[in-house]
Design a protein around this ligand. Structure first.
Ligand code: ZN
Ligand code: ZN
Length: 352
């Protein structure tokens, strides 16, 4: 799709959303799959921790022995399907992406919230990987309930909870969803009931909670903060060398607001490496070059320039690494960070 089409698609999506009624009803699942006992923790292997970017904020963490997924969204239906049809996971696309990223020993899918661009493929992924637990708020877990997953594969989390998946220690931070604009906010804020099967209209996947995840592994501390909202002071006393920072719709914010966001997240944890996530147009397939979310949904270039400026004004040097789909960040056991751009996709087009 060309730029003009991206723009038109963005405008048309905004219009299409106007026509979609909002219906939500809360139901609370009672899952039992949260591994909260610290005696479950195992020693991390000495190998590099590999973190592969699969678009939006879907990330594969792999230490060579076991894996975590943050978010589950690789099917990526196009604009027409997203705006006007029912959408859901597509097994063939899902298999291709997860196989390409080497996902075969998955322990958990840590989901930010139940919106389709984070959660849509998570139930099918957990169904295909029976050792994996879906971790998230009540709405996310309800999608797993609706998909027929057993309680041992479902974990409803709360703020500052710690979970143990083998050598991965995961601390949960509740955080506000980033600004979506009033229309999307009205449409997508609410509860997803445990009767909500897929495929479904994207607006059926509602949530009123959002979570970030601090993943500790063999001395490494990596924060994934998928949505561009924050609670002031939430990360006081928390450390992370690497932050995957949600930058969706940052271009809609002022320089001052972006600087506050940076200080409260990446600055607060003392990150020395930041990787922007949730910048791409999630209505384009992942095996084509990623493109930024188009106007009027975002002003990508402006947001990135302002983020760079905010980071440069901080009190420590920070490297900003921009990943394309299938790129892998390597974090060595001593904390050294490097990039492997040798992913399977030959059509590389990293955002600038
Ligand atoms: Zn969302
Ligand atoms: Zn999102």
């Amino acid at each position: 799709m060309g730029h003009l089409q991206d723009v038109l698609a963005g405008a048309a999506l905004s219009l299409a959303l106007l026509a979609t009624p909002a219906v939500a009803r809360a139901e609370v699942a009672e899952p039992s799959g949260c591994p909260i006992d610290s005696r479950l923790a195992t020693t991390a292997p000495a190998s590099d921790l590999r973190i592969t970017f699969l678009g939006v904020s879907t990330l594969v963490f792999d230490d060579g022995v076991s894996q975590l997924l943050v978010d589950g969204y690789v099917t990526r239906p196009g604009f027409i399907d997203t705006a006007f049809r029912r959408i859901g996971p597509v097994r063939a696309k899902l298999d291709k992406q997860l196989h390409g990223a080497g996902v075969e020993r998955l322990r958990a899918v840590l989901v930010a919230h139940a919106h389709h661009d984070h959660a849509m493929d998570a139930p099918m992924i957990a169904d295909l990987h029976k050792e994996a637990v879906i971790v998230g708020g009540a709405s996310t877990v309800n999608l797993g309930v609706a998909a027929g997953l057993p309680g041992k594969q479902l974990c409803t989390v709360h703020d500052r909870q710690t979970l143990y998946f083998g050598p991965y220690e995961v601390e949960v931070f509740k955080a506000p969803h980033g600004d979506t604009g009033r229309l999307l906010g009205w449409l997508l804020t609410g509860d997803t009931p445990s009767s909500q099967t897929l495929p479904a209209r994207f607006s059926k996947l509602k949530d009123k909670e959002n979570f970030s995840y601090l993943i500790r592994h063999g001395g490494r501390e990596i924060l994934v903060h998928p949505s561009a909202g924050y609670t002031p002071g939430a990360y006081a006393g928390v450390n992370a060398q690497v932050v995957f920072l949600g930058v969706g719709r940052l271009g809609k914010l002022s320089q001052e607001d972006i600087a506050k966001y940076w200080r409260q997240v990446g600055g607060a944890v003392g990150a020395s490496t930041v990787v922007p996530v949730h910048w791409d147009n999630f209505m384009r397939p992942i095996d084509q070059p990623l493109k930024p979310l188009p106007w009027p949904l975002d002003r990508f270039e402006l947001g990135q320039q302002r983020l760079d400026r905010a980071i440069a004004e901080g009190d420590r040097p920070v490297s900003v690494l921009r990943l394309d789909a299938h790129d892998t960040l390597l974090v060595a056991s001593g904390g050294a960070v490097s990039l492997d751009r040798m992913g399977a996709d030959p059509n590389k087009n990293a955002p600038r």
